[in-house]
Every structure is written in C-alpha cells, then in structure tokens.
Design a protein around this ligand. Structure first.
Ligand SMILES: Cc1cc2nc3c(=O)[nH]c(=O)nc-3n(C[C@H](O)[C@H](O)[C@H](O)COP(=O)(O)O)c2cc1C
Length: 190
C-alpha cells in the first residue's frame, strides 16, 4: 500500500523547532513519508536555540530527503500532488499572517498555497507570542478556512506572555488523523 506523504513545513519559531522535529521522527517511525520544507529563516539562521546546519542535518537524516528551501522547489507540491497533507510545525505568527493575507514569498507560504490550490488539507501547529494580540485576526481568518486544521493549543505562560499560544506538538499525530478525514480535532483550545 502506498504510504501517506506529509509535507512537513518548518518556520522560525526557533524555541519550538526541536520539539517539532521530535514529532517528525515519530511520524516517520509510524510509517509516514516526510517531505521536508523550511522557511528561508529556518534554513539560514543560527540562533540561541541551535545552528541551521544542525537542524538541516537532523531533518534530512529523519526524512531521507533533501529539504525544499526555496519557492521554486515548493511550487510543484500541489500540481504534482507531492503531499497528501501539509503540516506547518512550528508555524510562526509571521507565516500565519502571510498566508492568511495572500502573501506567498517564502518556501512555506508557497507550499501552503500550492497545497490549498488542490484542496488538500493543511494542518497548523502555531507557536506565536502574539496569537491573542495582533495575530488574533489572522488566526480567525485561518480558522474560517475549510481546508485548514489546527493542532490544539494553549496559553503557555498566561502571566508573563498573555498573548502567547503554543500548539501541543504531541497532538500532531491525532490532528493529522482527523484532518485526513476532513475533520478538526476538538477541543482546539485546551
Ligand atoms: C530566537 C528567535 C525565536 C523566535 N521565536 C518565535 C516564535 O516562537 N514564534 C514566532 O511566531 N516567531 C518567532 N520568532 C520570529 C520569527 O523567526 C520571525 O518572525 C521570522 O520572520 C519568521 O519567518 P518565517 O515565518 O518565514 O520562518 C523568533 C525569532 C528568533 C530570532
């Protein structure tokens, strides 16, 4: 039987990147094929949370594929039906804002647009300090799109970061199971 391919797109929520890649390993071990995609920032920036090259090596080791890291590489995902489902983990507030407003200028926003073009599901694992602030309007737009599904999320630090929401990365597999059946796992807020 043909394996299900997950397009696994990563954005610059650098503090949650490692957690997302742990989930990539689990999905691979479960039997999914992984098509890895990185935003320009993830592919190029070293931060206090790790070096770009170390993340790249880890992802290519798990997926056994070269990472799509430019717009030209991401464009065929829809037309060539390269992914059964697209997971954006982590999804930054920046990328959420862009794809909700029709801006397609990174490999990840191109991958999302290309996937939605053929009406296949996109799953978002959001990690944003302003999800309940300026980005709340974008979250609302995304929630209103029938082909976009959300990994359940919580306020990670309501006292110090009252506008922050972070997805429960360990719920990615269940969210994908539901999204493949065109359903949003509930509750979205935990
Ligand atoms: C160390 C560091 C950590 C960051 N963490 C986050 C985060 O958790 N969530 C977020 O939305 N943006 C975060 N950012 C900001 C994004 O990296 C920035 O908005 C960037 O433009 C995102 O680009 P991308 O969405 O194309 O990956 C962080 C930036 C740095 C340097």
């Amino acid at each position: 039987m043909k394996k299900i391919t997950i397009g696994f797109a990563m954005c610059g929520s650098f503090c949650t990147l490692s957690r997302a890649i742990d989930e990539m390993q689990k999905l691979k071990d479960t039997g999914y094929d992984i098509l890895p995609i990185m935003s320009f920032n993830v592919f190029n920036l070293d931060t206090k949370f790790g070096k770009a090259n170390d993340f790249i090596e880890r992802v290519e080791h798990i997926s056994k594929k070269s990472i799509i890291h430019n717009i030209v590489g991401a464009e065929p995902i829809g037309p060539k039906e390269l992914a059964d489902i697209m997971l954006v983990a982590p999804c930054s507030g920046n990328t959420l804002a862009k794809f909700c407003n029709g801006i397609t200028d990174t490999p990840v926003t191109m991958a999302i647009k290309s996937q939605l073009r053929i009406k296949r599901p996109v799953v978002i694992a959001l990690a944003s300090n302003d999800a309940l602030g300026i980005s709340a309007q974008n979250l609302g737009k995304a929630l209103n799109n029938k082909n976009i599904f959300f990994v359940p999320m919580s306020q990670d630090d309501p006292e110090k970061k009252p506008n922050s929401l972070v997805a429960h990365f360990d719920m990615i597999p269940q969210t994908i199971d539901f999204a493949l059946k065109n359903k949003q796992i509930q509750p979205i807020l935990r």
